[in-house]
Write a protein that binds this ligand. Structure first.
Ligand SMILES: *Cc1c(COP(=O)(O)O)cnc(C)c1O
Length: 379
């Protein structure tokens, strides 16, 4: 097993190569590299898939989050509630806009934003809440949306890791992740569940006026060319990426199911081991396993990673340092911050390869060796 990787984009590409190659060639032949029909069609196709009115493509997931916050008209010092346990981009854009990120804890089972923690963090200065659907699991949106509505606070979903997932409300209504907040944001970074062949991102909304504003901000604050109404930025999805995404979107459900099958295989292999807590799947959602992330109990994680790599089994720690402990964000963190679940998870999580191309033989190799190493380390 020499070729195991966290994500195997090569084998995935081989299966769709004729279609992808033809689409890329078609864009090159047209020499229309920015905008055009592919970008427009992709936006419409993704909107139909998600069940939202508007999709505004942009350059990457980080820009999507930044533009979403800008569109809400937030002012420096406004507070934005978000989990510390996330990829840095979620919080970095807040710091960049001089907003005050207010870090809350996650639920130790789902790894997503803890509702009680949010309730305790709301003040008169709270101007937005940004839940993160971490590792492919949707945050518990129903109570979060109720709480936000009570206080009239907009919710922006960071859906970069969960596109393709669903959330089911208590009345049985099932919707796509990213379609519930006033704005949903995603990334098409190559390794994401819907990844392109470079950088890309998008924002989703059902609000016509907000869609217009998001579009303007992503385009130098202009609606009419060379008439700039507000300070924006330059954030575009390029045409080649849109052409690739149109092909991959057709496979997204199948890709998510393949990831879920990998997770089921791992779950079955690991569930009875006292040193492993397999990922909890909340009833309310279809978890799409952007990552398969275990919690280790009384296992030396560094030694485990060393021994895994001796067997050519890749593993990753997402994320070794939570946002509230990053030097970058020092000035935004109160001295008395207390996020016990986040601190606990930082030290015990480990992620194993999960992608659309893993074979049963590979999964068997990974799980057999993983369990043997755990045994060895805990004897
Ligand atoms: C990947 C990711 C982003 C940023 O996306 P980019 O396209 O890399 O800018 C933001 N939030 C989360 C949770 C992510 O996983």
């Amino acid at each position: 097993m020499q070729h195991l990787q966290m994500v195997d984009l090569k084998r995935q590409y081989q299966k769709i190569k004729p279609e992808v190659d033809a689409a890329i060639q078609r864009v090159i032949d047209s020499t229309a590299f920015i905008g055009g029909k592919d970008v427009k069609d992709f936006g419409e196709e993704l909107a139909a898939y998600l069940g939202v009115k508007h999709v505004i493509p942009c350059a990457n997931g980080t820009d999507a989050l930044q533009i979403a916050l800008m569109a809400l008209g937030l002012q420096p010092g406004d507070e934005v509630i978000t989990p510390s346990f996330t990829y840095i981009a979620t919080v970095e854009v807040m710091a960049l806009l001089r907003l005050q990120p207010v870090f809350v804890d996650v639920d130790p089972d789902t790894f997503t934003i803890n509702i009680d923690s949010v309730r305790n963090a709301i003040t008169s200065k709270t101007k937005a809440i940004v839940p993160v659907h971490l590792y492919g699991q949707c945050a518990n949106m129903e109570p979060l949306l109720e709480l936000a509505k009570e206080h009239n606070i907009p919710v922006i979903e960071d859906n970069a890791q969960a596109i393709g997932g669903t959330y089911t409300f208590s009345d049985g209504n099932t919707v796509r992740t990213g379609s519930m907040g006033i704005i949903g944001c995603t990334s098409f970074f190559p390794s994401k569940n819907l990844g392109c062949y470079g950088d890309g991102g998008a924002m989703f909304t059902n609000d016509d006026a907000l869609a217009e504003k998001l579009k303007m901000i992503a385009n130098h604050g202009q609606k009419v060319r060379y008439y700039h109404e507000m300070v924006g930025c330059n954030s575009r999805l390029d045409t080649i990426q849109a052409a690739v995404l149109r092909i991959k979107l057709k496979h997204l459900d199948e890709y998510c199911d393949a990831r879920r099958n990998v997770a089921t295989y791992y779950d079955n292999a690991f569930k009875s081991n006292p040193h492993i807590i397999t990922p909890f799947q909340a009833q309310y959602n279809k978890h799409v396993f952007h990552q398969y992330t275990l919690q280790l109990k009384n296992v030396n994680r560094d030694e485990l990673q060393t021994k895994l790599s001796e067997k050519n089994i890749p593993s990753m720690i997402y994320y070794p340092v939570p946002s509230h402990k990053q030097n970058m964000l020092k000035e935004f963190v109160p001295a008395n911050i207390n996020l016990p679940a986040t601190d606990m998870l930082q030290d015990c999580v480990i992620s194993l390869p999960v992608h659309t191309e893993l074979t049963e033989e590979e999964l068997k190799y990974i799980t057999t060796n993983f369990l043997a190493i755990i045994d060895q380390l805990t004897k």
